[in-house]
Design a protein around this ligand. Sequence first.
Ligand SMILES: C[S@@+](CC[C@H](N)C(=O)[O-])C[C@H]1O[C@@H](n2cnc3c(N)ncnc32)[C@H](O)[C@@H]1O
Length: 488
Amino acid sequence: MQDIEKLRGLLVRLGSSPIVISPWLAYIKQGVEFEGDLFDFLYWNARDYATEHWREEYVAQVFGTLPVPARVPKTAIYETAISTALSLAYNHSGDPLIDKSSADQSLAFLDEFVQEHGFDQFVSLYSVITAFENYLAIHYYGEMKESDFVYGKLHRPWIGYTLHDELILMQAMGTVEIFLRDGVRCLRLTELGRQRLEAIRALLNSTGYTETRSNLLRISHFSEMEDYESVIRYLGPELSKWRRRLLELAHIQEGMHVLDLGCGSGSLSFDAGLADQVGPSGRVVAVDPAQKLLQQAADKKVHYDKPWVSIQMASAEDLPFPDGTFDAVLAMLSIHLTDIPKALQEIARVLKPGGLFASFHALKFPFEEPFLRDWFEPIQHVSGLPPHDHALPDETVVPKYLPLELTSFDVRTVFTPCRYDDPDKVVRFFVENVGLFNDELMTLPWTEYQSLLRQLKENGASICSRLTKEELTVEYPAQLVMARRTTS
Ligand SMILES: C[S@@+](CC[C@H](N)C(=O)[O-])C[C@H]1O[C@@H](n2cnc3c(N)ncnc32)[C@H](O)[C@@H]1O
């Protein structure tokens, strides 16, 4: 396994570069848009780049004496150009729309990376990452028909090429064997193949690639739902009361300068009355990374006629405001979705001395409720463990990461009803949007992942048909945290 160990340093550097090697991301059709003819632009530029820069001597450097999948340098550049452009576009605007600037930047970053580390090294990285997808899928199914593998039917259904050459390579390495089952050619991992899968998995975990892949899953869901506001209003019928309560507890006064962090479609600023409380002599800055939700907030600003509210794209971990800007930072149902330690540092920084931080955020999913445990039981088949929520904090997390400059004076767990009687909304919101099971889902072959989502919705429908609406309404745990910025 020395060949893959040599890539350790490069994988770490990949993590801090804007390059995204994520073949599946390059082919997600649903939701990804290319402005004008940018698809062709990226496709042809990437192929031309590979033709120009790939050298004969790299072949032996990457593959030694093993059989060579000849299309790999072109595919590697092309798929990486698209997945990088998509990630750049999404991080910049919250929209999976590849525009000219993200396409140009992607090609430029790719060239920089290849120039710095070598085309052979780049192709080696790409090959290890795609090999991981292959090994994972074969391992997941135990055995696979050769034809299913070759056409990527179950694990890479988007490919416009076949995986014949990758199969021949794996056979030559001794990691996969072909056998006949009822006269049909099938394949499975050998012992060496299983060892290789585990070695690659350990390498990708320890270099941070796995975490990046998990975050990319969010892009593939295009987490902001068009009907987000009606979904959350349906699932959490009392959340509007909690928004008003948060404003009361924070003692928002006329003339204050307040940050609405993770504003979404503007429910706190407009519907709950934050803008009215600070009035025209004050100022509300409402920020969120999701472009589509910000557009809904911007529509409300016009509708409610509140020119003293400004709406802007920003993430909690990197707030584009000088130190000591705000009298209060309010985070309604958003802190749990951020990188909590980084977000809290930023909040402390942008608050004025004496300024107030108030958050109402979700805590861990209530799996102790028997019907919810049954509902999400199919997750157990994936991970071998009972469904567990990796994505949300428990009540210790936010208090623990409050920086020294933020002194908490009120921390409490509260409960608010959540309605689980609409399986489509529940699965879309908790699984796809919040990402409750990203850790488990990310190891699934693509087709299996889609079918698991369907299965969760069907399971939910069957459970919902057996219970009353009252039984399907369960108190959801949330936390209120109030803290003040020290004055010195
Ligand atoms: C459940 S919604 C809450 C929206 C709104 N505050 C409300 O009361 O309805 C969570 C919001 O947090 C935003 N969000 C996710 N990650 C974030 C981050 N890193 N920084 C700031 N906001 C984030 C989402 O885009 C989404 O709009």
